[in-house]
Design a protein around this ligand. Structure first.
Ligand SMILES: *[C@@H]1O[C@H](CO)[C@@H](O)[C@H](O)[C@H]1NC(C)=O
Ligand SMILES: *[C@@H]1O[C@H](CO)[C@@H](O)[C@H](O)[C@H]1NC(C)=O
Length: 351
């Protein structure tokens, strides 16, 4: 029972990037037949949750999946439902040697959730052949709420060089709910949930909640869609697709426009046209400014004027010293530490 529920953390690797999900039929690129490091969620677990036969990779062929490195990744993650108490992963090192360290396992709300627990040692060598491990998410059981927790995973090569993209730092949310016995349980359990001896509804796969009324969808329904039964999303107007991930616009909305209804784009301020292709700034914005209204530009730091044509006096003298994030200010230029780049050394290089 608990096992099937493990599912969801899929969540972990979830998400809008359905493209990142690789179907089983994808035999040619099957990383299990490749010699390098892989970490994935087992297809049986995914199937129980979503009805789809697929595996979800966090690492494949020795590379961390790009969607995990997307800075917006955590924003897409749904809250892990209370029924999901653990998630099973499989990994294998292949021919090379790799060492791992779960260097962060922390709950930020210890009155609701204890720190996550790994079913293996927190440090060690990644097994050569595929082997399973679990991450347990132990709700205390006597209080309800949503707890934030974090997991950190460092993977190093035999020579002690971190795998690109690690340490992985994930901050996730988990729902914990105290389920109270209800004497009228046998009348109230929905969706073929059954009332157990303690008068608590036991939900069938794909449903959760005190009375099993909440269906589970993975990946979660996007763009305001509702999960109406396990794995089925009902999409708002303008969206389609299994997870409501696609707008119904035959031509793409440009300049940050959103597809809100069939062939209808909602344009950001500063753009108009069927596909938001026209700018309201007849004189275009200079120096990287963005059009925000009729001939009004939003200027980047250091520039002003309706078209961002005016540079502020010596902008770098004042900004450099204060603002060099990961570097040293030399002659009004930030000289970045290794691993960082950008005017203020605020971007991390993904080597
Ligand atoms: C919940 O249980 C834990 C240990 O089982 C205890 O320390 C804590 O005080 C309890 N909290 C409440 C609100 O009862
Ligand atoms: C989703 O459910 C909410 C609440 O029941 C409702 O207001 C909303 O219209 C629904 N959205 C869709 C796309 O069905």
């Amino acid at each position: 029972m608990a096992n099937m529920k493990g599912l969801a953390i899929i969540l972990l690797f979830a998400i809008s990037a359905i493209t990142a999900v690789h179907c089983r039929s994808d035999h040619k690129n099957d990383p299990r037949s490749n010699g390098d490091l892989a970490l994935w969620i087992d297809e049986k677990q995914v199937k129980m949750f979503s009805g789809m036969v697929m595996e979800i990779y966090a690492i494949r062929n020795g590379n961390v999946s790009p969607y995990i490195l997307d800075p917006n990744f955590e924003k897409y993650l749904p809250i892990i439902p209370s029924e999901v108490s653990h998630v099973n992963f499989i990994w294998k090192a292949g021919l090379k040697k790799y060492y791992y360290n779960f260097d962060r396992l922390q709950s930020f709300d210890e009155s609701i959730l204890s720190a996550p627990v790994i079913s293996i040692k927190t440090k060690g060598r990644v097994p050569r052949r595929p082997k399973e491990f679990s991450i347990l998410l132990p709700c205390l059981g006597n209080s309800s709420g949503i707890a934030t927790f974090s997991i950190g995973l460092l993977i190093e090569s035999r020579k002690g060089r971190p795998l690109n993209g690690t340490p992985l730092r994930l901050k996730l949310r988990k729902e914990c709910s105290q389920r109270n016995p209800d004497p009228e349980c046998d009348k109230k359990c929905a969706n073929q949930g059954w009332c157990n001896r303690e008068k608590i509804c036991q939900c069938p796969e794909g449903y959760m909640g005190q009375y099993c009324r909440t269906a589970l969808c993975y990946p979660q329904c996007m763009n305001g869609g509702n999960c109406t039964s396990p794995g089925v999303c009902s999409c708002p107007p303008g969206f389609q697709g299994r997870h409501c991930e696609g707008g119904i616009c035959s031509e793409k909305c440009l300049n940050g426009g959103k597809c809100i209804q069939k062939d209808t784009c909602e344009c950001p301020k500063g753009y108009y046209g069927l596909h938001c292709e026209y700018s309201k700034c007849i004189i275009s914005c200079h120096n990287g400014g963005k059009c925000r209204g009729v001939n009004k530009c939003k200027c980047p730091q250091g520039f002003r004027g309706d078209h961002c044509e005016i540079g502020r006096g010596k902008p770098h003298r004042s900004t450099c010293k204060i603002a060099c994030k990961h570097g040293t200010c030399i002659d009004n230029n930030c000289v970045c530490e290794p691993g960082w780049y950008g005017r203020l050394c605020h971007h991390m290089t993904l080597k």
